[in-house]
Ligand binder design. Structure first.
Ligand code: 5AD
Ligand code: SF4
Length: 461
């Protein structure tokens, strides 16, 4: 048996990184690494980083400062702590990280996690930077989680089905950091989800940077669409809820829209980033669709699934964005009635076309627009939540709440719901009557009658 060692992993950024962090922990488990909640007693620290905006990348360097001090303190106690930087900053900056933060021992790109145990072993002799895109598929080589590890991670799980992106939006680093679009084969994804279901997982979110471009090899050897994959996933016993994220409007085909009508397990919530409501800016962003195209897709989705809750991402202050362009974004938010959205100030990323555009906006303009947009989004979200008061929704009870006797779950629309319930109900999908709403969550009580949202009543067709 390998001696027990402690591993602290911190994830920055998107759900893909959360999933990757879990897989890194799985890869290191056979080496004797057990996860710990704090870096203080760790033998190995892994920072799984995000490069999407400058702020996200800078956070990593400040965290590395803290880790260096921990490493020095451990060294004075005779303990050797290894520091690894993984993820998109690792991929984008490679050697530069070791130059800027010499306490770092290993830099590993997002396609090379399966080599982590070997890299860590070699790091005892010197610094290692591994950011090549390898020929082999990391998913074929990564260890599966134990049942205990899966159970500890909860009843809702992410599964990466697609990675990378070929869209090249002019603001975005993903096509450079995560590389070209690739899809995992259907059979491998289903096997992974069957294992999760066997360990008690009830809800699966299929994830990818551009997940609806999924075209993995099907069992018949031909490419499968995301809609087909969702259909097959819905047949796995124990998996009662499905979601997928993040989608690009251009790849939202008719079969996927129909899946929202035909698959009861597919939850009525969709994250469909639009970034801007102005056609001029959408074109400058190379989004390859117009505002009208987006509205048309939303219209068809709502026809298929009338209670569909929509969320989005927005960028304010893209180069050349005028007051009129921004007004068009605000108008779109009010028109759609989002159940929530993320909004960001444009952050020029080196190497992307947007960073070289002439008409960069002032920080003050960006800040003001962000404030106004967030206010519009908050009002939209509050209205959506208010409409849930008095309804009975099906809630997947996920974990204990802050107070004794309270559980936290998720509604079909992805809202967090706080419910008075015994912890033995964790993992159950319960009918909950919503009694109160706050800006970001709902409060409810267990209902005697089943939930009455269209999802369970069979309406929507
Ligand atoms: N600046 C600001 N926001 C960005 N995003 C991606 N790149 C940038 C950037 N350079 C946002 C987009 C995307 C989300 C994940 O991050 O809204 O959908
Ligand atoms: Fe980035 Fe998404 Fe555009 Fe791909 S589709 S380049 S991941 S914003």
């Amino acid at each position: 048996m390998k001696p027990a060692r402690k591993l602290y992993i911190k994830s920055f950024g998107c759900q893909m990184n959360v999933y990757d962090s879990q897989r890194m922990a799985d890869a290191l488990a056979p080496e004797g690494y057990v996860e710990t909640e704090t870096p203080d007693d760790a033998d190995l620290v892994v920072l799984n980083t995000c490069h999407i905006r400058e702020k996200a990348a800078e956070k990593v360097y400040s965290e590395l400062g803290r880790m260096r001090r921990l490493k020095e303190a451990a060294a004075s106690d005779g303990r050797n702590v290894l520091i690894t930087v993984a993820g998109c900053v690792a991929q984008a900056e490679g050697e530069e990280i070791v130059r800027r933060a010499p306490a770092v021992d290993v830099v590993v790109g997002s396609q090379n996690y399966h080599r982590l145990p070997d890299l860590i072993a070699r790091a005892r002799e010197g610094k290692i930077v591994d950011t090549q895109f390898p020929v082999e598929d990391k998913f074929d080589r990564l260890a599966a989680p134990s049942r205990a590890a899966t159970r500890a991670r909860g009843v809702s799980a992410f599964v990466t089905v697609q990675e990378g992106c070929d869209k090249f939006c002019t603001f975005c680093v993903v096509p450079y950091t995560r590389g070209a679009e690739t899809s995992r084969p259907v059979v491998k994804i289903l096997a992974e989800i069957e294992r999760l279901a066997g360990a008690g997982v009830r809800e699966v979110t299929l994830i990818g940077q551009n997940v609806n471009a999924y075209h993995g090899e099907g069992p018949d050897g031909r490419p499968s669409s995301l809609a087909r994959l969702l259909e097959r996933t819905a047949r796995i016993p124990g998996i009662d809820r499905l979601r997928y994220t993040t989608s690009h409007p251009l790849d939202l085909g008719d079969d996927l829209i129909a899946a929202h009508r035909d698959l009861p397990a597919l939850m009525p919530q969709l994250h469909l980033p639009v970034q801007s409501g102005s056609d001029r800016i959408l074109a400058a962003m190379n989004r390859r669709h117009t505002r009208a195209d987006y509205l048309d897709i939303i219209g068809r989705l709502r026809e298929a699934r009338p209670d569909l809750a929509l969320t989005s991402d927005f960028i304010v202050g893209f180069p050349g964005e005028t007051n009129d362009d921004f007004a068009a974004t605000l108008k779109l938010v009010n028109e759609i009635g989002y159940s929530g959205a993320f909004s960001f100030k444009y952050s020029p990323r080196p190497g992307t076309p947007g960073a070289d555009m002439d008409d960069q906006l002032d920080e003050a303009v960006k800040s003001e627009r962000l404030y106004l947009l967030q206010d519009a989004i908050d009002r939209s979200q509050a209205a959506f939540n208010r409409d849930c008061r008095g309804r009975t929704l099906s809630v997947l009870l996920e974990r204990p709440g802050r107070y004794q006797g309270q559980l936290i779950g998720r509604s079909p629309y992805l809202q967090p719901v706080q419910v008075e319930a015994l912890s033995s109900l964790i993992g159950e999908i319960a009918a909950v009557t919503i009694t109160d709403v706050a800006s970001n969550s709902l409060f409810g009580t267990l209902a005697a009658a089943p939930a009455n949202e269209p999802a369970l009543a069979g309406a929507g067709a």
